[in-house]
Design a protein around this ligand. Structure first.
Ligand code: ZN
Ligand code: ZN
Length: 181
């Protein structure tokens, strides 16, 4: 789940700015070209830059991050194996506390004011991608016999493509013209 090229420091927050406007959200926007990600189903490559817009609000020494990540990736259809464009939009919500870990499992503990949240962005994107990506919901996939792309044309093996259990049954039911085995 890491950046393939070693993880550059791309998306960062300055908590000091949020502290200076205590109680009011401070907006951070980014537009970055991300390197390909190592996804659960192979490499995920981006088509164009990724837009990140977040606000950070400082309330009683805690920093609440909220925002969205938008972009487009190229995925492989699980049925027809075509590469296709997949737009995504991911909500981000995080909470940061500074200094010593206070045993608050839901907050990320950070030192200092500069926070790199690149990992949260890439994790969010990978979680938003479908487990079985389809180029469109009605994709008919490939013929298992001849490999024909069934979205584009039909093939002749389609009608013969019977479940082997039914094929055995059909043979039993077929009259034997010669009456011998
Ligand atoms: Zn498809
Ligand atoms: Zn076929």
């Amino acid at each position: 789940m890491a950046l393939l090229d070693g993880g550059k420091f791309m998306f960062w927050l300055n908590l000091g700015m949020a502290r200076d406007h205590s109680g009011a959200p401070v907006t951070f926007t980014f537009r970055e070209e991300l390197p390909a990600l190592d996804g659960p189903d192979g490499t995920v490559s981006f088509l164009g830059p990724v837009d990140v817009e977040v606000t950070v609000t400082c309330v009683e020494g805690q920093y609440w991050l909220n925002g969205t990540v938008r972009g487009r990736v190229e995925l492989t259809c699980a049925r027809c194996l075509k590469r296709f464009e997949y737009p995504f939009e991911v909500a981000l919500a995080e909470r940061y506390v500074q200094g010593r870990d206070r045993g608050d499992a839901e907050a990320s503990c950070v030192k200092g004011d500069l926070v790199d949240f690149t990992d949260k962005v890439t994790e969010g994107i990978l979680l938003a991608l479908p487990m079985r990506a389809l180029c469109h919901p009605g994709c008919r996939g490939l013929c298992p016999e001849c490999g024909q792309m069934l979205n584009e044309a039909t093939c002749d093996c389609r009608t013969d493509n019977i479940d082997p259990r039914f094929a055995a049954l059909a043979k039993l039911l077929k009259p034997n013209p010669k009456g011998v085995e």
